[in-house]
Design a protein around this ligand. Sequence first.
Ligand code: ZN
Length: 295
Amino acid sequence: MGGTNLRAAAIDDQGKMLDKIAGETHLKAGREVVIEDMVRSIATLRARLGQHDLAGVGVGVPGFIQIEEGVIIGSNNLPEFEHYPVRNEIEKRLGAKVVLENDANAAALGEKWMGAGREVDDLVLLTLGTGIGGGIIVGGDVLRGQLGMAGELGHMTAVPNGNPCGCGNAGCLEKHASATAISAMAKLIGLGHDLTSEDVYKLAVAGDTRAKAIFRSMGEALGVALADLINIFNFPLYLLSGGPLPAWDFFAPPMLAEVERRSFTYRNAPTRIERATLGNEAGLYGAAYLPFLAK
Ligand SMILES: [Zn+2]
């Protein structure tokens, strides 16, 4: 469940996607409609595939999840769900076990299960989108912290006294390296209004030096944050996903140079920084994996 899209998939215990449904999140119609849409989409998949051996339902949502209570807190996209017992409500209507997880955590888990992280047990995923989401996988499971608020990697400070952020900080990674930040920089330097990160990428490919400078700035911010993460965790794998990924050849060299310069751990331990492979389906795989982990 996202702020815009609602998607459901049936995935078996070997990670094979059997069926899926995509629709919109009708947030304006209210909480009840969204919950009903979600329940109906799962019921539709169950009807198509049979339900004799349903292990459970995992739901990825933007926001912090209080796992024990099954409640969403602090979701800017879903204010109507604040403190609402969404898990119990869906469980009641479906008569099945439901597990909630933050969407970026679910995506990280999906990459670990069926994506670029299959060969490792410990990884970090950064999703570059409207903001920057993060998920930390330790020993094959999500690192949640005490209130499910661990892994908010988009709010690491990447530029001291940089751009102000809605979280109260300034210079957060997501204000300098998200898809939104790329659009904002394009506007700021007069490259154009309402350019997407893909538009800016195309300009860079065409040789526009200002577009290239945007990706250099983005790469440096990512490199600062990744160097910190690598020094903290000493994991074998750090993954990036999201809309700006096609511009890898522009932002990765300055990013890797920054990591090399700043991280002693990176220079001394085998560490991979790579593109995630599941795209926007990572969250579906991760959510589906949750009931298997919870057993
Ligand atoms: Zn922030």
